[in-house]
Design a protein. Structure first.
Length: 517
């Protein structure tokens, strides 16, 4: 706990000015709009304001990574704050340059979940963090540091935040350079890290925010209200001693996050403020369709992506990506949620809110058609059904689509073959076999149509070979029998997976197996 906030602020400002004037390295500040990153930007702003204008020569890049699935209220708050920051920096002649960074289309959440069919993230299969956050910010920082030689990255991390974050900060401690630490990311080896408030506690941060006026014009009371609204019972008391719990334990993040069982901050916002009840459909969508459930296996293919298509765990196949049917349903429900918010929106923000962008929809459609061979081209129909008007077709993507009648004929032919070959089996098993035989035939047709259209037949046999390997079995039972024989005869399964099968933590091991989905 900081004993004297005024003295502490003066100490940090002096440190910032000393470092800023000591070399020509540009500065990069991570900004999320939360209390810690706001405090860091504000401290740097206050320090540089005290320098003569001619010495404010180095740029300070304030970067905020928008995953495009952030809590909409927080996303709006950050966007408005960045605009005010940019305006005030120009007005006050300070070298602050705000940047709103977004992931590449191929890395975005809906593209991977609905387009590729990746199951929703979980502790041992956290595919989202690197794609949405790390890759996005790393690309910007790496580009800047390579251009300028080196750079300083300022973070609002604090040791008091959590044990995990304390361990992260400990990685930065092995440095001979005064005040600065080496970056633990090998891609950013030329970037030095500064954590000016690493020893502050929650109360110190809130005392600073309440004591010093925000220099780019965002009232401190607005930030406090944001946290208060995201706290159950709006519990943000005045701190009078160490026994009093301070405000600010709320965690803001992606509304799609399934690392936690419940999105408590969004729940609190809805409960505490009736004007935010429009977010209920978002919360319902997350809970109903994204949170992993015991019944999830039926929504995923028994074939995994990657080289190990059929992998066993405790005599069951480790399932792969979401099925075509479930991906279609996810998209429909997401668009329906967006439509509901737009219809009942109480202002321009909610009436125009996009949960999924046109750019992402186009990429999902491309993935379904070109990479998954789903030449039914379902996306325009799903969009029209959920939103109520036609989907603007991307002219650059013109699939060689069979007519609805031709696809129905193909499916009927597959049904006739399956019912003839498997006369005595249960109808539900035959439904699975009909689906597999249909997808096999359809995907081969898709590859043939695509290559005939492009006039490229050189790789057609390789593509067909991959399809035949992936659809080598008519149903899951047949694939399981093969996997059991393969595992027992070849010993090719990784040792750590075989050892793990004797442990109790079944969900964790299953998630580990999915890492190569």
């Amino acid at each position: 706990m900081v004993e004297d906030i005024d003295q502490e602020v003066e100490r940090i400002k002096d440190l910032i000015k000393e470092l800023y004037l000591s070399d020509q390295m540009p500065w990069i500040v991570g900004y999320s709009g939360g209390k810690d990153s706001t405090t860091c930007v504000q401290l740097i702003w206050m320090a540089l304001s005290e320098l003569p204008p001619e010495k404010r020569s180095k740029p300070v890049h304030v970067i905020s990574t928008d995953t495009l699935v952030e809590n909409p209220i927080v996303s709006q708050w950050v966007g408005e704050s960045l605009k005010k920051m940019e305006q005030e920096a120009i007005k006050q002649k300070l070298p602050f340059f705000p940047h709103r960074l977004v992931p590449e289309v191929k890395n975005r959440f809906w593209v991977n979940l609905i387009g590729r069919g990746y199951p929703s993230p979980r502790p041992r299969f956290r595919w989202c963090t690197d794609r949405l956050k790390i890759a996005t910010s790393t690309s910007f920082i790496q580009s800047l540091s390579e251009t300028k030689g080196e750079a300083i990255l300022v973070l609002g991390s604090r040791k008091a935040e959590s044990a995990a974050r304390s361990r992260t900060l400990a990685k930065y401690s092995k440095s001979s350079r005064s005040h600065l630490s080496k970056n633990s990311n090998p891609k950013l080896s030329r970037v030095w890290v500064l954590t000016p408030i690493e020893d502050w506690e929650n109360d110190d941060v809130w005392e600073f925010i309440g004591t010093f006026e925000n220099p780019w014009g965002v009232p401190s009371s607005d930030l406090l209200e944001l946290y208060r609204g995201a706290t159950p019972d709006r519990e943000c008391p005045v701190v009078v001693d160490t026994s009093t719990q301070s405000c600010g334990d709320s965690r803001f993040g992606c509304f799609v996050c399934t690392m936690v069982a419940q999105d408590k901050s969004m729940q609190a916002m809805i409960v505490n403020d009736s004007s935010k009840e429009w977010m209920k459909p978002i919360l319902n969508f997350r809970d109903n369709f994204l949170v992993p459930k015991d019944t999830e296996r039926k929504n995923r293919e028994f074939k995994r992506l990657g080289p190990n298509t059929f992998l066993l765990f405790r005599d069951q196949l480790v399932h792969g990506p979401y099925t075509q049917e479930y991906r279609a349903r996810l998209l429909y429900e997401l668009l329906k949620t967006q439509k509901e918010i737009n219809i009942h929106g109480h202002d321009d923000f909610t009436r125009n809110l996009e949960l999924i962008s046109r750019e992402e929809l186009n990429e999902i459609r491309r993935l379904w058609i070109e990479e998954k061979g789903e030449i039914e081209d379902l996306l325009p129909e799903i969009y029209s059904s959920a939103i109520g008007h036609d989907f603007a077709i991307d002219s650059q993507l013109t699939p060689s689509t069979l007519s609805g009648e031709e696809l129905r004929l193909l499916k009927n032919t597959c049904k006739q073959w399956v019912t003839k070959e498997y006369v005595s089996d249960a109808p539900e098993k035959n439904e699975e076999r009909i689906k597999e035989s249909y997808e096999l035939t359809r995907n081969i047709l898709a590859v043939s149509l695509k290559n005939n259209k492009l006039g490229k037949r050189s790789k057609q046999l390789d593509a067909i070979g991959e399809i035949l390997n992936r659809h080598a079995f008519i149903d899951e039972d047949e694939a399981t029998l093969f996997a059991k024989k393969y595992a027992s005869n070849s010993g090719m399964l990784p040792d750590e997976f075989l050892e793990a099968s004797s442990q109790e933590d079944t969900p964790a091991i299953e998630n580990e197996l999915m890492l190569t989905i």
